[in-house]
Design a protein around this ligand. Structure first.
Ligand code: SIN
Length: 283
């Protein structure tokens, strides 16, 4: 029987005692999916997953994204990409930059990514302590905690989200990468989305991708976006994930933001495999 422990904040749960390699039966899958909807982020500890296992399990949630930046694909698995600081033969084996800013995956797409999952192959440690935590914030709790006047002000507004903004203004990325992001035009989504599975209202705004608000002047929109982002990342809404090798960390992009912690050195190896489940446009 799996053991499930909820984290102390509004999001996050840890599952032990299950094996997601090979066939995962319907009852276990349904239990994990429901837990994910209820808690936003779920870690399944102690896994030994091949690439095929990860693709098969992720595919139970829906169709998987083919990845944007092909140099970091796992050979033979276009649904998996690597996030890593490992350099082999003079080249980075994975994306070194993922999660540098608070964001929700695929917000710049008309149908943003629904669910993402990272599998920990190598985790950096120093003095016996894991490094490279991933921090999440719960956007349903953040919405609930807004003052009533703010809820009234943002009801019905749509925000603009842009990948180009993220690459051009925030990362100092090489020009070719910036150029490739230009084929993704900005997308507009409600500032408050209703989660289709829980019915809860969630703030949908992020430091990484949100650039404006439809029908609002630039300065006023920037002020509102910054205020909402600062509110959303208050520590009481957080779950901080401390990695162990063999963790499969699953998160629901419709109700969380996340951010990586870059507190490890180039020699302290970190290697993660990511799969991403496609989503639908918000109603
Ligand atoms: C991501 O944003 O998908 C990566 C998070 C991490 O590497 O911790």
């Amino acid at each position: 029987m799996p053991s499930v422990t909820n984290a102390s904040g509004p999001i996050g749960a840890e599952v032990r005692g299950v094996d997601l390699s090979g066939e995962v039966d319907d009852a276990l899958f349904a239990r994990l999916r429901d837990l994910l909807h209820a808690r936003g982020v779920v870690v399944v500890r102690g896994q030994h997953l091949t690439e095929a296992d990860q693709v098969a399990f992720a595919g139970r949630f829906g169709s998987l994204q083919k990845i944007l930046f092909s140099e970091h694909l796992v050979p033979g698995y276009p649904e998996l990409f690597l996030i890593s600081n490992v350099v082999e033969g003079g080249r980075n084996v994975g994306n070194t930059d993922a999660g540098r800013f608070w964001h929700t995956d695929g917000a710049y797409l008309p149908a943003p990514h629904r669910i993402s999952m990272l599998y920990a192959v190598e985790v950096p440690h120093r003095d016996g302590r894991p490094l490279g935590d991933t921090v999440f914030t719960g956007m349903a709790a953040a919405y609930d905690a807004l003052p009533r006047a703010t809820k009234a002000r943002i009801a019905g507004l749509k925000a603009i989200h842009s990948l180009v903004h993220r690459y051009e203004t925030k990362t100092g990325s090489p020009e070719d990468l910036v150029a490739r992001t230009r084929k993704y035009p900005p997308a507009a989504h409600p500032l408050v989305v209703r989660h289709p599975d829980t019915g809860r209202q969630c703030l949908y705004v992020s430091e990484g991708y949100t650039t404006g608000i439809e029908g609002m002047g630039e300065a006023q929109a920037r002020e509102l976006i910054d205020a909402l982002c600062a509110h959303a990342v208050r520590p009481e809404f957080h779950y901080r994930h401390r990695w162990e090798v063999g963790d499969l960390l699953i998160w629901d992009n419709r109700q969380t933001l996340h951010k990586a912690t870059f507190d490890y050195l180039p020699a302290e190896r970190r290697l993660m495999r990511r799969a991403t489940v496609s989503g639908e446009a918000f109603a």
